[in-house]
Each structure stands twice: as C-alpha cells, then as structure tokens.
Design a protein around this ligand. Structure first.
Ligand SMILES: [Zn+2]
Length: 79
C-alpha cells in the first residue's frame, strides 16, 4: 500500500492512539494501523475505526472515574 499523501510505501504496525474525548485524553494501545514511515500518515480499517469509536463512546458514557483507596486489616487484626 502506498501513502495517499506522499506515495511512500506504508507498513502494517500496532500503534498507540491518543484520543481526545471531550476534555479527556485517552490512550488506546495496540491499534493495528497502516503507517507511512515518511510522513506519518495513518490508515485504519473500517473494523478498527469502529472499535476505536466504540471505546470512545464507552468512555463518554461513563460519567466519571473515581479511585477508591483500599485498606487491609490483614496484618493488624488477629482472628
Ligand atoms: Zn506519507
């Protein structure tokens, strides 16, 4: 496959995609893409595009992410 932008040869590669969803920046790893090593143009299959959109949609529908600290009494309490 040749790059649509610069006509350089493109290679299949797994990339990390940075996705802006609203104000959030989300990284998606291991995204299969065809990448131009010359200009960096990236092409995704319709299936990959669909999956990326599904991840973005899922992220959007989750109202917020909270982190809950977890404590253990395992060391302190003797049964
Ligand atoms: Zn290119």
């Amino acid at each position: 496959m040749q790059c649509l932008v610069c006509h350089h040869d493109m290679v299949e590669r797994k990339i990390t995609l940075d996705l802006h969803i609203g104000e959030d920046l989300v990284g998606i790893e291991e995204v299969p893409a065809t990448v131009c090593e010359n200009c960096g143009e990236r092409v995704f299959t319709p299936e990959v595009t669909r999956q990326v959109q599904a991840v973005a949609q899922e992220r959007k529908e989750r109202a917020r992410t909270i982190l809950v600290p977890v404590f253990s009494l395992g060391a302190q309490v003797k049964a």
